[in-house]
Design a protein around this ligand. Sequence first.
Ligand SMILES: [Zn+2]
Length: 369
Amino acid sequence: MTTTTITTVRVFDGTAMLEGSFDVTFTEQGISAVTPSTEERGESGTIIDGTGKTLLPGLIDAHVHFDSYADLGEFTRWGLTTVLDMGTHPKSLVDSIRNQRGLTDVRSSGSPASGPGSNQTTKGGFALSTVVTGPDDASRFVADRVAEESDYIKIIIEDPASVGDVALSVDTIAAIVQAAHAVGLQTVAHASSTAAFQLGIDAGVGILTHVPLNGPVTSEMTASMAAGSIRSIPTLTMMKGTASAVGLPDSGDGPGYQNASASVAAMRAAGVMIAAGTDANRAPFVPFSPVLGESMHDELQLLVDVGLSPTEALRSATSTAAALFGLEDRGSVREGSRADLLLVIGDPTADIAATRNIDQVWAAGIPAS
Ligand SMILES: [Zn+2]
């Protein structure tokens, strides 16, 4: 097995940029050493000069969708070594993209829970059995996902004022969350309006994904999120693209992207944990489709634009995303971690755009081609 050492490199360890420069040694089995740079290193294996470069954990996109197996390589070459699928079908496609040597590692929600007549079942091709008819149907839905080997549970929360009976009720959402907790699964709720956000908070979901365009998330809502350990995957790339696609402004008092950016700033200020996700997709029926892979670099920039420091933005795409989904073997550069690594030219803690200057990517120790 090849041993690789990157020498004299700056290290962002998933939490902060470490002081000084380091030699980082790894194999396919993981990172074996992170030590201050020395002239007296062994000469065995592959040596890569990291001078002027920064080594980061491979990035995690906490909200993507797949269209085909070919999508996987797009994520890898843009430095994403883990992506969290938030709804792809059929299951055979999800199975075909799992555990692919030298490529991005995939986790999946399988099919999302939605209400009767939802877009997911009428346009998105998800099975009618993914409709949850009421609180009594929640355990059945979660059992189906466990049988499908889902890694977490996705729930589509809609605004009852806009879609009527298509929207899952707060009692149904809460019952799905309870059933998921009973089998140890995280819950991620699609909530792209203020009403949906409130329903998700009231139902006690684990993570709210998207952030509303129709109005700001209030201080009462952010306080409830912080108190209830409800986390956020805001998908600013998707919200900005959607606002633009449907002709909404990015300033003023009405609906628009300014609500999304203000809400992320408010969640950050309230201490809500934020993980980076793009909603990268190729779905034909959505207003906007972030580009698979590359859009994570847009997301990091947008998170900085709304007030996260570059270091906080990098945490959101590494250690925070890993923590929210129990992926303890990754999201960090330290001895024993999975050798999911991203080597970039420059210092992304000084200028977040440096994450685009990709020198090399390793997925579980294997260089991406
Ligand atoms: Zn999505």
